[in-house]
Every structure is written in C-alpha cells, then in structure tokens.
Design a protein around this ligand. Structure first.
Ligand SMILES: NC(=O)C1=CN([C@@H]2O[C@H](COP(=O)(O)OP(=O)(O)OC[C@H]3O[C@@H](n4cnc5c(N)ncnc54)[C@H](O)[C@@H]3O)[C@@H](O)[C@H]2O)C=CC1
Ligand SMILES: O=C(O)[C@@H]1CCC=N1
Length: 266
C-alpha cells in the first residue's frame, strides 16, 4: 500500500507523522511532492519517505493519492494529475469545502474518492477525521482508505452537508482550544505564574477535563455542576464568564468559521 501526498504543509505533515508513529506502512511507501523542492526533499530525507519530482509522479506511483493543497489550487493540481487517476487508485481529499461531486467533476466519474476533514491532532494519534465516500469506493479499497485515518485517531462517517460544521468544531477548533489555553495561561501570568508553568497547568487541565468527560459518559453541564460547589468560587467564575459573553462568543466564532468555509464571507 503506497500513500502519496500532494502538498506537504501543516496538515499533511501531521498525518504523515501520525502514520509513521502508527507504523501503518513502511516510511518509503509514503511518497511526497510539494511546491518547494528544497523543503519536500529535506523532509523526505529526514523521515525516510520517497520524494517524487512531480505531482503526476505521486499519482502514478501511489495507490492512495492524498490531495493536501489549499482549496484555491485544488482544481489546477487535479488537472495536472487527472490522467494518472485510474480506478485502481483512490483519490483522498483533505481539502476544506470541495465536495465529492466537485472532485469527480474535476477528475473521472468512475474514480473511487474519499473526502475527509482531518485535524492537526493526527500527528499524535489523537486526530478526529470526518469521512464521506463516493459510490465507487467500497469493500477492501474503502477499508484501506479509512485505515489511513483510523491509524491517526478517530473517524466519523458523516453526510457532506455536515462537513462545514464538523470542520468548524473540530479542524478549526484545535486552534480555538489553544486560544482558550493561552487565555487561561495569560490569566495565570497576571497573578504571578511563569508563562511556562501556567501553560502546562492550563493544558493538562484541558486535556484531563476532556478525558474525564469522555470516560464518565456525563454531559458537560453535569461535569460543570460537579465542580460548582454551592456558594463556591467556580459558580462565581462561570457567571462572570457568561456575563462577558462566553457562550455567544464561542458560537459567533463557529458561525464565522462556517460562513468562511461555505463561501458566505471572504
Ligand atoms: N491545517 C489544518 O489544520 C487543516 C487543513 N485542512 C486542509 O488541508 C489543506 C492544506 O492545508 P495546510 O496544510 O494548512 O496548508 P499549507 O499551506 O501548510 O500546505 C499546503 C502545501 O501545498 C503545497 N503546494 C502549493 N502549491 C502546490 C502545487 N502546485 N503542487 C503541489 N503542492 C503544492 C505547499 O508547498 C504546501 O506544502 C487545505 O485544503 C485545508 O483546507 C483540513 C483540515 C485541517
Ligand atoms: O483554516 C483552515 O482553512 C483549515 C480548515 C480546517 C482547519 N484549517
């Protein structure tokens, strides 16, 4: 099983590192090409991957061709590799906002296609990836395609209509959680902690809270209630955060993310 990456930016590197840690395939079975020769050749050299001179070579020599470029150039790159995309290969897209129908239109209608929306936590095996397949992808070929993302975390098969909201509360939310951790850490610095100590405390607390929530099977509201002692400190903090607009600020951020990914805003 050879997995080729077209584009070796932040997201492709996270998936590649996750695959290497999971040992899904030998490193040399990962083929890469991107816009910057010095970068992709050094990266391939460092991790034992196989560099390819062109996007077309990646497509010709891989069983799974992962399109990992920004949405604006997806069309041009697909035109470049279209002739090599035969139906014994699977096109795997991680590109935000490009539908299965559009991917088929830009390639060949008999091509097996997996559309995904991963997140950057794939690097450490803690990814969360939405997946949707077209009618040409089934059986072993589908299982193998999904195994790429199962190796780097959890997957969720979703209708494409829900991809924008998934992308907002997962792909983009990695940044929003870090934004929250940074805000907590700055509050810690305000009261005398070093930035390093405050960040570690805030990050471990975020990690532990997510883990406890999932292990307990309780709702977030139930977990909040367990921490809010009657007449205590936490309820005072929750009310002050809400007075400052915590909930509506988060939802407005998600609204803006969805509007951007669906082309409602520039
Ligand atoms: N960064 C993230 O957390 C996530 C990103 N995505 C999607 O992943 C895709 C890539 O995003 P990032 O990795 O963040 O962007 P990036 O800018 O870090 O990476 C883009 C890569 O494409 C390469 N590239 C540019 N022109 C090329 C060409 N003509 N042929 C081959 N390679 C070319 C660049 O050299 C670079 O390696 C986007 O479509 C984005 O929607 C999806 C989910 C999460
Ligand atoms: O910011 C972006 O456009 C991509 C899509 C989801 C996460 N990063």
């Amino acid at each position: 099983m050879k997995i080729g990456f077209i584009g070796v930016g932040s997201m492709a590197q996270a998936i590649i590192q996750g695959l290497l840690k999971a040992k899904l395939v030998p490193a040399e079975n990962i083929l890469i090409h991107s816009a910057h020769q010095a970068h992709y050749e050094n990266y391939a050299d460092k991790f034992g991957l196989t560099p390819q001179a062109t996007n077309l070579d990646v497509a010709k020599n891989s069983d799974f061709v992962v399109l990992a470029v920004v949405p604006a150039i997806a069309k041009a790159v697909l035109a470049e590799i279209r002739s090599a995309l035969t139906k014994d290969k699977v096109l795997v897209s991680i590109v935000s906002g490009v539908s299965l129908e559009r991917l088929a239109e830009l390639t060949n209608y008999d091509l097996p296609i997996l559309r995904t929306l991963p997140n950057i936590n794939s690097e450490f095996g803690q990814g969360m990836t939405a997946v949707a397949v077209n009618e040409n992808l089934a059986g072993d070929q589908k299982d193998q395609a999904l195994s790429i993302f199962k190796a780097t975390g959890e997957i969720s098969e979703l209708p494409e209509t829900l991809f924008p909201v998934f992308s907002a509360i997962s792909g983009s939310t990695v940044a929003y959680i870090d934004f929250f951790i940074d805000a907590l850490s700055r509050a810690g610095v305000k009261y005398g902690l070093s930035k390093e100590a405050a960040t570690k405390i805030a990050a471990q607390t975020t990690f532990g809270s997510a883990d406890a929530l999932m292990q307990s099977g309780k709702t977030p509201a139930e977990m909040i209630d367990k921490v809010c002692s009657p007449g205590g400190d936490t309820i005072a903090g929750v009310l002050a955060m809400e007075e400052a607009g915590f909930l509506s600020s988060v939802v407005k951020g998600i609204d803006a993310t969805i509007d951007k990914s669906t082309g409602k805003t520039k």
